[in-house]
Design a binder for this molecule. Sequence first.
Ligand SMILES: CC[C@H](O)CC(=O)C(=O)O
Ligand SMILES: [Mn+2]
Length: 337
Amino acid sequence: MNNREIVVTEVALRDGSHAVNHSFTIEQVSRVVKALDDANVPFIEVSHGDGLGGSSIQYGFSNTNEMELIEAAVDAAENSAISVLLLPGIGTVEQLKEAHKLGAKMVRVATHVTEADVSKQHISLGKELGMETVGFLMMSHMVPAEKLLEQALLMESYGADTVYVVDSAGALLPHEVKERIKLLKSNLKVDIGFHAHNNLSLAMANTLAAIEEGATRIDGSVRCLGAGAGNTQTEVLVSVLERMNITTGIDVYKMMDLAEELVAPILQEPQEITKGSLVLGYAGVYSSFLLHAYRAAEKYHLDPRDILIELGNRKVVGGQEDMIIDVASELAGYKIS
Ligand SMILES: CC[C@H](O)CC(=O)C(=O)O
Ligand SMILES: [Mn+2]
C-alpha cells in the first residue's frame, strides 16, 4: 500500500455504530468517507456494529439498511477500499456476496477467540471473491497467548491475508499485547493486526506495543467513535506515528479537521471513559454490551456496573446479548425458569 509502514483501517462507521445505536445515515456515511478518502485512509469499514446482518432485535435494528450505507461509502471513496465485517452465524454468505457486488474490497471475518474454526467458509469465500480477507479474533484477552496462536494458525490455514488480535473488551495490558503479538509474529507468515478499545485508557499504549512487536495492520476510530470508550483515536494515532517517523500515508491535518468538523457532531455524547466503559475493561466485557446494559439497568432500576461485572464473571461473549436482560432480571430478583 504505497509506502505505508502501518496500514490503518478506520472503523468509526462500523464499530461506532454501537455507540450511536446503529443510526448512521447515508449522508453521514458519504460525507465521512469522502473526507477519509481525501485524507488518504487506506481502508474504511462500514457495516452494522455487529457486522453484516447485525440489524435485528438481538443486536439492535439499523435505521438505514447497511447495504445502502456500503453502497454510499463505495460511491464516495475514490481511493480508499471499503471493508465489511462479518461474524459467521450473524452474517451470511449471501450478504457477503451482495456487499462484494456493491464494491466492498475487504472482508474481516470475526469469531470469538476460541472459535476460529467457524470462519473457514467465509474466509474461503472472501478469497474466492478476490477480496482482501482478514481473520479477526475477538475477546483475545480471554485466552493465553498459546491458545490465541493456535486459533490464528487456523485462520491463516483457511487463507486469511492478515490475522488480527482484537481486544474487544479493552482489557489487555501492554505486556499482554506484546506477548500475544510477538508469538503470532514469530509463528505466522501473514500480516498481524491489532484492534484496541480504550476502556482502560490503554488503546494508544497497547497499539504502540503491538507495533513494536511487529503488527502492521492497525485499527482506529476517528474521535474515538467506537463501542465502549471507543478505539485508538485515529487522528491521534497518525500524529503519534508521524512523530515516531512511522509512515501511515494519512494526512494529519485532514484527519484532525474531519474529526472536529464532521465526526464530533455525529456523536450523541463526547466519547470519554465513563464509569460504565471503565467497568468493561476492568471486568473484561464486550464493549458493544455497554448501551444494552444501560438500557437493562434503567428497566430494572439497577446500577449498570453490577450487570457488567456479573456478565464478566459469567464470561459472556459476543452473540449472547440476550444474557444481558437475563442477568439484569436475576439481579433484580426475578426468577428465570
Ligand atoms: C460485535 C462485533 C464487534 O463489535 C467486533 C469488534 O469490533 C470487537 O470485537 O471489538
Ligand atoms: Mn471493536
